[in-house]
Design a protein around this ligand. Sequence first.
Ligand SMILES: *Cc1c(COP(=O)(O)O)cnc(C)c1O
Length: 395
Amino acid sequence: MKDSDSKFNTRALHDYRNPQDQQGFVNTPIYRGSTIIFPTLNALEHAGKNKHTLNELVYGRRGNPTSYALEQTIAGLENGYAGLTVSSGLAAITTSLLAYLKTSDHLLMVDSVYGLTRDFCNHILEPLGVEVTYYDPCIGAEISKLIQPNTRCIFLESPGTSTFEVQDAPAIAKVARQHEIVTMMDNTWASPCFFRPLDHGINISITSATKYVVGHSDAMLGLIVTDEDNYSKVRIARDRIGPCAGPDDIYLGLRGIRTLAMRMKQHEQQAVKLAEWLKQQPDVMRVLHPAFSECPGHEIWKRDFSGSSGLFSFEIEKRSRKSIANFVDNMKLFSMGFSWGAFESLILPVDLGNTRIAGTNDIKGQLFRVYAGQEDIEDLIADLDTGLDRYRSGS
Ligand SMILES: *Cc1c(COP(=O)(O)O)cnc(C)c1O
């Protein structure tokens, strides 16, 4: 356990939850609404005028007591200055990037990034005239060599999507600070439970709360936590772009926070057991799981993270598309679907295609991404075991 984890549970359960303000009820109620009324001309004229004010009640899009409860809770848990709720993880990413980037600016984007972040760079930012360079996730302090006079932001995602390279966030953040470049990190995999980006020098932490925070596949939600210097910039961008989250989904995020730590520990144990079992199978070439030594950046994971989560990949000898279909079409417990982070196990064949351009893809076999849910571990192993037999038989 890292020092900054102390009191994570207590804080997740008690911070910014005020039963005395809600007639003794334990949980913050759901405030639904658009219009917030002002009693006087003076109050109306001052509404929303100070860009640094937190938790101001101006208009539904800006926030309400439910969203402020989640924003304060998440900022506290991540040792940030302030939190922001948005309508999805992708909205958290695009809002953060749009807060800083304009035509002729340069963005350094990690090559192992989530596919839709990449699509946003290639199909929205580049046509707007933003220059994007994809960098090797294992680059560390060498990122200084890629910095240009117009570099405005460095975006990290650690571990990387599908391939799980763990990035040296402190080294990158240090270089960025020397050049006054803003750093942002997609921290969805670890969640604030196992890694807190701001503790490692990152300016803006991004979480798809759709995954672990909500934890039950029943809402879309994104969270941003910033340091003090970057708060008003990102908050104003969010309010000018407009991706506000719905109050019911925000409530599900708040509820999820209460059980996040214990769920994460359970997913960690389940995934490690599945990865250990997979590693013993003769045709499995390697498991890409940050807690295993063959995963790029494993040493950094050991140094910086306080746990591993439920998502990892394994590489197995290549077989036909028919073999892949035999495997995944007939699973009893593992389902196929995008997203992850809820109670149920998932499996996905991964084809990296041409999504790695910084020379970082050394995958030779067939990649499968596994999400370890909360089912009994013997049942999950049995499902994978018969599934891999079908994969090998190819018929
Ligand atoms: C799912 C995911 C996102 C996108 O989040 P949504 O809430 O689905 O928009 C972003 N980054 C990572 C790493 C993800 O896994």
